[in-house]
Ligand binder design. Structure first.
Ligand SMILES: O=C(O)C1=N[C@H](C(=O)O)C[C@H](O)C1
Length: 297
């Protein structure tokens, strides 16, 4: 079972090229923070603006830099099944654990089409597959009935749930498929997903205050709900700031401010964050780092 926090890691750019010096620094920073895996080339990795050459190189460098210290799941999704199968074949050249595959977007398949799409991918790879349901980006919802059917397939191991419908999420959590991980992809629902029996989250926001997210997870697993809630209240205030402008621009700004990456560059059509948001984030991140130094002193 997939459990805990998987980090959908950003792709650092510098002068419009991928900044692998920063990328290595970033991976070395996270591998001992208690996360359960790394996911390059997700939404937060800005996969829509990554070309084929860079796609392959990012996987190669991710494997090189993680040095087997964490499992790697690669974002491989799209709305042309045949093309996705070919892309999965490319990913199999590397020792990755699996893929995170977003529901087909724009051409808006029905539930049978969604089922056949993922069944086709499942039959053409031995890699683990995490389904990614995010209707507010794709325009299509993977309904629970379809998730139950897909969960029966040999290598479909879990769901990244960003359904945006708490009733749908709760219904699935109340009667989860067997040996199937339900991980929230809606960061603000991390605590409630754990409280309802979910296995964890794929959380862009855990690039920041990583230790706190990990502590919430462990406290919830130890049934220390009040202890987890005390920490969660701080994160609950913080998370919306990271999505106030298009993800991952706010996160990249904070990582640059912390010296973890050299530049907060994003690729068009994404744009740098506003000065107003910079000021808001400076306050929060500086306060957190100061507090951390005080605790460590
Ligand atoms: O890149 C991801 O994976 C995630 N993307 C979501 C989004 O930006 O919509 C947020 C979530 O934290 C993980």
């Amino acid at each position: 079972m997939l459990t805990g926090i998987l980090l959908p890691i950003i792709t650092p750019f510098k002068d419009n090229k991928i900044d692998y010096k920063s990328y290595k620094r970033l991976i070395d920073h996270y591998v001992d923070k208690g996360i359960s895996g790394i996911i390059p080339l997700g939404t937060t990795g800005e996969v829509p603006t990554i070309n084929e050459y860079d796609f392959r190189e990012i996987i190669e460098k991710t494997m090189e830099f993680t040095e087997d210290r964490l499992p790697v799941y690669v974002g491989v999704g799209g709305n042309f099944t045949e093309k996705i199968v070919k892309k999965v074949r490319l990913v199999e050249d590397y020792n990755v654990k699996g893929i995170l595959s977003v529901c087909p977007y724009y051409n808006k398949p029905n539930q049978e089409g969604i089922y056949q799409h993922f069944k086709n991918i499942s039959e053409n790879t031995n890699l683990d597959i995490i389904l990614y349901n995010i209707p507010y980006r794709t325009g299509v919802n993977i309904e629970n009935e379809t998730i139950y059917k897909l969960a029966e397939l040999k290598n479909i191991v879990g769901l990244k749930d960003a359904s945006g419908d708490i009733k749908q999420t709760m219904a699935l959590l109340m009667d989860p498929p067997k040996d199937f991980s339900i991980l929230t992809g809606e960061d603000i629902l991390f605590f409630s997903t754990l409280a309802l029996g979910g296995q964890g989250g794929i959380l862009a926001s855990s690039h920041l205050k990583t230790e706190l997210f990990v502590e919430v997870y462990h406290k919830m697993k130890a049934n220390d709900t009040q202890g987890a809630l005390k920490i969660w209240k701080d994160l609950y205030e913080f998370i919306p700031l990271l999505f106030k402008e298009p993800n991952p621009a706010p996160i990249k700004y904070c990582l640059m401010e912390q010296g973890l990456i050299d530049s907060a560059e994003v690729r068009l059509p994404l744009t740098p964050i506003s000065t107003q948001l910079e000021i808001q984030l400076d306050k929060v991140v500086l306060a957190y780092n100061k507090n951390k130094r005080l605790h460590m002193a």
